[in-house]
Design a protein around this ligand. Structure first.
Ligand code: HEM
Length: 489
C-alpha cells in the first residue's frame, strides 16, 4: 500500500514537472525567444554567472550560439544590437528600471540610483541636477583642478620611489594606480559637490580609508539581479560570513554626517540642495554616501585603467602630450574638452575599461515591446513586465562596430574614421533619462586629470605590470586583485 502511495506521488510529481518544463519551453509568452532550455526554466544559471563574475562573457557565448535576441532567464531577455538602445532607454522617456535596482536601496531609503518611481527620484534629482550642468562645472572647475594637482604631486613622489627601488634593489616597487585614482575620485566628488575635500590624496596609508566601504557595496553587486525578497537574506548571510569593514564605513560617515548638520541653504552644496527640497537629514546623508560610492568606484576604475593604457602605449601618450603642449602654446586659456585627441583617448578608455560591464535592465511597459532584429529580420513580441536590457560589455566589444575591439586605439575615434554606430553603441554612462546623473562631472574629472598627468610627463618611463586588466563582471566591476600596478625604471 505504501509502495503504491509512493509510486502515485512520484508519478504526479513527474507529470507536474514535465508540464512545467513543456509550458516554459513551448507555450509561455517568451517561447519564441531562443536560449538554453535551463534558462527558460530558471534564473539560477544567470545568478550563478553573475555571482562568479563572468556573466557578460557567458551572455556573449549565448549570443554567438542563439543570435542577437536571447532569453537568459524565464522572464529576462538580452539584446546585442545597438538599434535596440533608443526604444528601451530613451525614446518616449525609455522603459522603467527593473525591480532589482531596489537592491541598491540604502538604510531604508531609495537613492537617486535605486529609485524605480520617476516621481520619487525627480524631487531629489531636480534639486541637485544644476550642479552637473556644463556651465556650473566650468565655473567651479577649480575645485576639481585643485584635487588633480594634488594627485599629480603624489604620483610624482610614488614614481620616484619606484625608480629608487629599481636602482637600489634592481626591482622597481609597484605603484597601485587604482588606489591613486580612487583618491582623486573621492576628493573631486566631495570637493565639488559637498564643498570639502575628503583628503584621500593626502592619506599616507597604502589603501584609501574609504576603499573598503566602496568595495563592500561593489561586492553586493554580484547579487544585483536577484529578486529583492531573495537579495535581502542572502546579503545578510554574506555580511555575516564576511563582515564589512566598520572602520571604513565610520570614516565615510564621520565625513558626511557633520556636513549635513552644519549645512546652510546659502551653501548651494549637494546636501543643502537636498535639505532645501524637503529631504530629511538622514536621507540626505544616505544620498551623499551613495554618490561617494558611485563617484569613487566608477571614476576610480576608469581613470586607473586609462593610466594603465597610457603606460602600455607610449605612442598614444606621446601624441597626446604633443597635442596638450601645442594647445597651451597657442592659447594658455584653452578649453581641454575641445582637444580632439584627448577626447578620443577618453572615449577609448571608457570603451575598454568595463567599469560597469553588465546590462542595465528595464521593464517592458504595459503596451508591450515589438522588436525586429536587423540581423535576423525576426520580430519578437515581448509582453509587459518582461525584463530587457543591453550591456556595455557586448556593445563595446562588438567587432562589427569596433574592429579589433580589445585593442586600445584612440585613433578609431578621429575624423571620419568614427561611425554613427560607434557613437550610438558607446554607453559607459548608460543612456536616456536614467543615465549617469554625473556624466558631465565625470568627464570633466577625467579630462582634467588626464591632461594634468600627461602634461607633467610623470608617466614617462612607466610600464604596466601585466598584459591586461581582468575584472569580476558585477554591476560595478571589481578589478581582480584590487590592483592596477605601474612600475618606473
Ligand atoms: C567615469 C565615471 C562614471 C561612470 C562610467 C558612471 C556610470 C554610470 C552608469 C552606467 C549608471 C547607471 C545607468 C543605468 O543603470 O541605466 C550610472 C548612474 C548613476 N551615477 Fe554614474 N558613473 C560615473 C561617475 C559618477 C559620479 C562621479 C557620480 C556622482 C558624483 C555618479 C552618480 C551616479 C548616479 C546618482 C546614478 C543614478 C542615476 C539615475 O538612476 O537616475 N556617477 N552611472
Amino acid at each position: 500500500m505504501e509502495d503504491r502511495g509512493l509510486a502515485i506521488y512520484l508519478f504526479a510529481t513527474g507529470v507536474l514537472l514535465a508540464t512545467f518544463v513543456a509550458y516554459r519551453a513551448y507555450f509561455d509568452r517568451l517561447r519564441d525567444v531562443p536560449g538554453p532550455l535551463l534558462c527558460r526554466l530558471t534564473s539560477l544559471l544567470d545568478w550563478y554567472h553573475s555571482y562568479v563574475g563572468d556573466e557578460s562573457k557567458w551572455i556573449d557565448t549565448l549570443h554567438a550560439k542563439y543570435g542577437p535576441v536571447i532569453r537568459i532567464a524565464p522572464n529576462e531577455v538580452v539584446i546585442s544590437e545597438g538599434q535596440a538602445l533608443a526604444p528601451i532607454y530613451s525614446e518616449k522617456g525609455g522603459f522603467l528600471k527593473a525591480p532589482c535596482y531596489k537592491n541598491f536601496d540604502s538604510e531604508g531609503h531609495e537613492t537617486i540610483f535605486s529609485a524605480l518611481d520617476p516621481k520619487h527620484r525627480a524631487v531629489r534629482s531636480k534639486a541637485v541636477m544644476p550642479m552637473f550642468s556644463t556651465a556650473n562645472l566650468r565655473a567651479r572647475s577649480d575645485a576639481i583642478e585643485g584635487c588633480v594637482n594634488d594627485l599629480v604631486e603624489r604620483l610624482q613622489k610614488e614614481a620616484n620611489q619606484s625608480r629608487r627601488a629599481a636602482k637600489e634593489t634592481g626591482k622597481p616597487s609597484p605603484v597601485n594606480v587604482l588606489q591613486m585614482s580612487r583618491r582623486l575620485a573621492i576628493d573631486a566628488v566631495c570637493s565639488y559637490l559637498f564643498g570639502l575635500q575628503y583628503g584621500g590624496v593626502h592619506e599616507q596609508s597604502t589603501k584609501l580609508s574609504a576603499s573598503n566601504y566602496v568595495d563592500s557595496i561593489v561586492a553586493f553587486g554580484r547579487f544585483f539581479f536577484l529578486p529583492t525578497w531573495l537579495f535581502q537574506p542572502i546579503l545578510l548571510i554574506s555580511e555575516y560570513l564576511q563582515p564589512p569593514d566598520a572602520q571604513s564605513q565610520e570614516r565615510v560617515e564621520g565625513f558626511t554626517k557633520p556636513l549635513v548638520s552644519i549645512s546652510k541653504e546659502s551653501d548651494n552644496t549637494y546636501q543643502s540642495r537636498l535639505l532645501k527640497a524637503g529631504i530629511t537629514e538622514h536621507e540626505t546623508d544616505v544620498q551623499m554616501k551613495d554618490v561617494i560610492f558611485a563617484g569613487t568606484d566608477t571614476t576610480g576604475t576608469n581613470f586607473g585603467s586609462l593610466l594603465f593604457q597610457l603606460a602600455k602605449h607610449p605612442d598614444v601618450h606621446a601624441t597626446l602630450r604633443e597635442e596638450i603642449l601645442a594647445a597651451e602654446r597657442e592659447d594658455p586659456d584653452y578649453n581641454p574638452q575641445n582637444l580632439k585627441y584627448l577626447d578620443a583617448v577618453l572615449r577609448e578608455g571608457l570603451r575598454t575599461s568595463m567599469a560597469n560591464p553588465t546590462r542595465f535592465p528595464r521593464q517592458v511597459p504595459p503596451q508591450g515591446f515589438l522588436y525586429t532584429s536587423l540581423t535576423t529580420t525576426k520580430t519578437y513580441n515581448l509582453p509587459a513586465g518582461t525584463l530587457v536590457g543591453l550591456s556595455p560589455y557586448t556593445l563595446h566589444l562588438n567587432p562589427a562596430v569596433f574592429p579589433d575591439p580589445y585593442e586600445f586605439k584612440p585613433s578609431r575615434w578621429l575624423d571620419d574614421r568614427a561611425t554613427p554606430e560607434m557613437y550610438r553603441d558607446w554607453i559607459p554612462f548608460g543612456l536616456g533619462p536614467r543615465q549617469c546623473i554625473a556624466r558631465n562631472l565625470a568627464m570633466v574629472e577625467l579630462c582634467l586629470a588626464t591632461r594634468a598627468v600627461v602634461r607633467s610627463g610623470v608617466l614617462e618611463g612607466a610600464r604596466p605590470v601585466g598584459e591586461r586588466l581582468e575584472v569580476f563582471e558585477w554591476f560595478n566591476a571589481k578589478v581582480k586583485g584590487e590592483r592596477i600596478d605601474l612600475v618606473w625604471e
